[in-house]
Design a protein around this ligand. Structure first.
Ligand SMILES: [Zn+2]
Length: 465
């Protein structure tokens, strides 16, 4: 309120100064950020072309779109914190999924999940909340424990409430804490997660076959259960977001789904088997770096041919994300600015698709993510050269707020040239928005059962050895 009052006063003053009668200021748009972990044009393009993703298609029609430059290490906890802060990991302090707690018990070094308490830069929801904007955040990476915001925040520890049918004691899961009782009837059990998997046609298999297909290492043995758990967590993201948006759209809504990343880590094995058997042996690691240009070219052409086939295997996860987009679009004001963003994509690497460097033959650069912006005043241009650090400055610019000089990205001003936009505004700056909320030290408590399970999940995806 304070904010819009200030804005009105400025516009009024300008109008009076210009000698014309004051007209009401243009209302500030609301912003909805839909984060889809690992969403990749590699799979998105062929599925949209095949008419499989109607909500993506609708959203991208008239949107500014492009590849979003990512960086290594392509670890989601790091990358999404850069999206939220506009800063490098050196500045925001989240340098991995985990950290080694050396102080817990003198000689015992314990690997622990990283928490928001270790973040050293203000997030976009903290910045805008301070400026008076209402906030809604759901499942953003590294947001546990849930800290106070000007609205609500559902942290990224949904795993902790999987399989619960009643209100549970998870005091740090959401802010405000009393929101938990309201969300409790929508906890997703393993049974409901399994039904969701069937609805979206995730590969059907017996448990034995699933484990045989998924297993790449001893740590991956229970990957079927893990996939079901991820589907359940994203089901909560979807159901809870729908519920919360139905109560009213905050000025900034931001949610992240993970299934588009998780399933892409191994789902390609469910691509058409005949095609895989025919093509994969020829697309070897060495061929992508072969000294003979003709061999490299042939290999690249084969990868181009393989991508749509593998995209079909990704359809369950992409369809799920597509439905989420449809639900968000249906729930928000049509004059909102919608931003779809992913932290990295996937690319062919040594026998499969990956974004990490653990695979031999990994491409030199981190596979780019996806950026798409749509809303009043946004032109449907091709965005070139955008990166993860640009998202937070762009949101600030879209709301005519100052960008932090200590942010490492730039506002994507080029997209704001469409109908209804005033002539390009200058970017305003402020020195810094500071370090954000860190109210408590990291708890010195033993790992909970769900924390242990989450560490296992990270091991199964190859992030922890
Ligand atoms: Zn990711």
């Amino acid at each position: 309120m304070k904010n819009s009052f200030w804005w009105s006063a400025v516009v009024l003053a300008l109008a009076v100064a210009a000698g014309c009668s004051p007209s009401p200021p243009p209302p500030k748009p609301k912003v909805a950020v839909i984060g889809l972990d690992g969403l990749s044009w590699t799979f998105l393009d062929p599925l949209i072309a095949a008419g499989q993703l109607p909500n993506f298609e609708r959203l991208l029609d008239g949107a500014a779109t492009g590849e979003l430059e990512s960086f290594r290490p392509t670890r989601s906890a790091i990358l999404w914190t850069s999206v939220a802060t506009g800063k490098t990991m050196e500045k925001h302090g989240i340098t991995d999924f985990t950290f080694v707690d050396e102080g817990a018990m003198e000689e015992i070094e314990e690997v622990r999940l990283v928490t928001g308490m270790r973040r050293t830069a203000a997030t976009i929801w903290e910045i805008l909340g301070e400026l008076g904007y209402s906030i809604g955040v759901v499942n953003w990476w590294v947001t546990h424990p849930a800290t106070p915001v000007n609205g609500y925040l559902v942290s990224d520890r949904l795993k902790a409430v999987m399989n619960r049918e009643a209100v549970v004691e998870e005091p740090d899961l959401v802010y405000p804490p009393m929101l938990l009782a309201e969300l409790a009837p929508m906890f997703v059990s393993q049974t409901r997660a399994h039904r969701t998997m069937r609805t979206y046609d995730f590969p059907r298999y017996s448990r034995e076959r699933a484990e045989a297909m998924y297993a790449t290492s001893p740590a991956s043995q229970n990957l079927y259960e893990r996939l079901r758990s991820y589907v359940g967590q994203d089901r909560m993201v979807k159901d809870w977001s729908r519920h919360l948006l139905a109560k009213g759209q905050p000025d900034l809504f931001a949610a992240i789904m993970r299934i588009t990343d998780v399933f892409a880590h191994f789902g390609y094995r469910f691509a058409d088997r005949e095609t895989l058997e025919r093509m994969v042996p020829e697309i070897t690691v060495r061929r992508l770096t072969h000294s003979d240009a003709a061999v490299r070219e042939r290999t690249a052409a084969l990868v181009e041919e393989l991508n749509p086939v593998v995209a079909n295997a990704m359809l369950p996860a992409y369809k799920y994300a597509d439905d989420f987009i449809g639900e968000v679009l249906a729930a928000i004001d049509p004059s909102s600015i919608v931003i779809v963003v992913s932290d990295h994509g996937f690319a062919w690497a040594g026998g499969g698709y990956a974004h990490t460097q653990s695979r031999q033959g990994y491409p030199d650069a981190a596979p780019p993510g996806v950026i798409a912006l749509k809303g009043p005043g946004i032109s449907p241009i091709r965005i070139e050269g955008a990166g993860l650090f640009d998202i937070a400055p762009t949101i600030l610019y879209a709301l005519d707020e100052a960008v932090g000089r200590d942010m490492d990205g730039q506002a994507l001003t080029a997209v704001f040239g469409g109908d209804g936009a005033a002539e390009a505004r200058d970017v305003k700056f402020v020195a810094t928005y500071g370090t954000g909320l860190r109210q408590r030290e990291v708890a010195d408590s033993p790992l909970t059962e769900s924390e242990q399970e989450m560490l296992e999940d990270l091991r199964s995806l190859g992030y922890i050895r």
